[in-house]
Structures are given as structure tokens and as C-alpha cells.
Design a protein around this ligand. Structure first.
Ligand SMILES: Cc1cc2nc3c(=O)[nH]c(=O)nc-3n(C[C@H](O)[C@H](O)[C@H](O)COP(=O)(O)OP(=O)(O)OC[C@H]3O[C@@H](n4cnc5c(N)ncnc54)[C@H](O)[C@@H]3O)c2cc1C
Length: 191
């Protein structure tokens, strides 16, 4: 999901595509004031037999105060309200796209309260970001999806995401180095 003017189009495309391709997902951004309403509408529109997949993020775009919450506190509160709504909506499959351990832990508690099993919702983190956290939650039985941009424009997209937090570059390079050594080891043993 990009900036707020694209939301109606993206939701409309998602609703249309889901009629033939039920696994199509949409992203919603907690920082947008409209999102609680969008979540409520989606929750009413889908049933448990064919839930809509919703990736729920805090929102990466600088938006005006008219359309968005701006302080971290407000965004975090909105994110938690959205988690509660998602977890208690049988017609939605929550996918929490965040690296914030406080929000992921909140998700665990909310899922438990709503009676969702670990396979009925997901945590989603970017490749290379907090791999320790990804492994810890996965080892505890949680569904964790690692997000890897691909396609022609993967590089500028990935750089924008890394630039949100330059410390990620170190994580990414470490992860790349260990993957390369694994590939080199495997090729040597095949050769
Ligand atoms: C899978 C996925 C898909 C996304 N898709 C979209 C999208 O379509 N549209 C959009 O607007 N935004 C998207 N985002 C970005 C998102 O909106 C946030 O800007 C981004 O995830 C940063 O917010 P946060 O929830 O991770 O935590 P923040 O509120 O930024 O940080 C809270 C705490 O989380 C931890 N943390 C956060 N980021 C990192 C990091 N990079 N490395 C290590 N620790 C960290 C730290 O402990 C930090 O104190 C996506 C994010 C993910 C994970």
C-alpha cells in the first residue's frame, strides 16, 4: 500500500481479484485515520470460509494530520486497536507486518483472547530484519512469513525499506554473507 490517495483503488482491486483469486491480500496502514472504518467494512464483507488476507502495518508514508495519526504513541494505539479488530473478525486473516516486538507480543495475546490458533494468523517481517526474532517466534510454533521483494524494481524498494533504519544494513550484509558461504559450501560438496 502506498500513500493515502491509493487506498480506495487498492482495496477495490483487492475486492475484485478475491472473487476469482481468494488468496489475494490487501495491506492496511494503522496510521491512517480511515483504516478502522476500512477494517470494519472488510470484516463485514468476508466470511470465515474464505477470509480476506490483510497485511496490517503501521504505515511508512509521511501523511498530513488531516488523514493520519502522526505521533508514535497514537500510531501504536491505533495499531493495537486494529489488531484486536482483526483477531476477532472471522472473515479476515490477520498478517501483522511489523518488526516491533511489543506489537507482535500484543498480537499473541489478542489472538489467544480471540481463540485464534497459531496457523490462523501470521507475523510478517522483512528478510534480514531481526532474524533472531523471526526464528524465536517460529520456534515457538508461530506462523512467520519472511517478506522478500522481487521483480524488476526490487532493488530501489528494498533500499527504501532498509533506509527506514540504517542499522538493518548490517543485518542484511551479515545474512547475505552467511547465505553466500552456504551456497559456496554446497557447490563445493556437489563439485
Ligand atoms: C512485511 C512488511 C510489509 C510492509 N508493507 C508496507 C506497505 O505496503 N505500506 C507501508 O506503508 N508500509 C509497509 N511496511 C512498513 C511499515 O509500515 C513500517 O513503516 C515499518 O514496518 C516500521 O514500523 P514497525 O512496525 O516495524 O516499528 P516502528 O514503530 O518503526 O519501531 C518500533 C520498534 O520495532 C523495532 N524495529 C522496527 N523496525 C526495525 C528494524 N527495521 N530493525 C530492527 N528493529 C526494528 C524496534 O525495536 C523499534 O523500537 C511493511 C512492513 C513489513 C514488515
Amino acid at each position: 500500500m502506498e500513500e493515502h490517495r491509493t487506498v480506495d483503488a487498492a482495496l477495490g482491486i483487492g475486492n475484485t481479484l478475491r472473487q476469482d483469486f481468494p488468496l489475494t491480500g490487501n495491506v492496511l496502514q494503522a496510521n491512517l485515520r480511515r483504516t478502522e472504518h476500512d477494517l470494519a467494512t472488510l470484516a463485514q464483507s468476508y466470511a470465515a470460509e474464505a477470509p480476506a488476507r490483510i497485511r496490517y502495518v503501521k504505515g511508512a508514508y509521511k501523511e498530513s494530520v488531516q488523514v493520519a495519526f502522526r505521533s508514535k504513541k497514537e500510531v501504536d494505539r491505533a495499531y493495537q486497536r486494529g489488531i484486536d479488530r482483526l483477531m476477532s473478525a472471522p472473515g479476515l486473516r490477520p498478517m501483522l507486518g511489523t518488526h516491533d516486538p511489543a506489537m507482535l507480543d500484543y498480537g499473541l495475546v489478542a489472538a489467544d483472547a480471540a481463540g485464534r490458533t497459531t496457523t490462523a494468523w501470521e507475523m510478517q517481517l522483512l528478510f534480514g530484519v531481526r532474524p533472531d526474532l523471526q526464528q524465536r517466534y517460529a520456534a515457538a510454533g508461530q506462523t512467520v512469513r519472511v517478506y522478500l521483494p522481487f521483480g524488476r524494481d526490487w532493488y530501489p524498494y528494498f533500499m527504501r525499506r532498509l533506509a527506514e533504519r540504517p542499522a538493518n544494513l548490517a543485518f542484511f550484509l551479515r545474512s547475505l554473507r552467511s547465505t553466500r558461504s552456504r551456497i559456496a559450501r554446497n557447490s563445493a560438496s556437489v563439485g
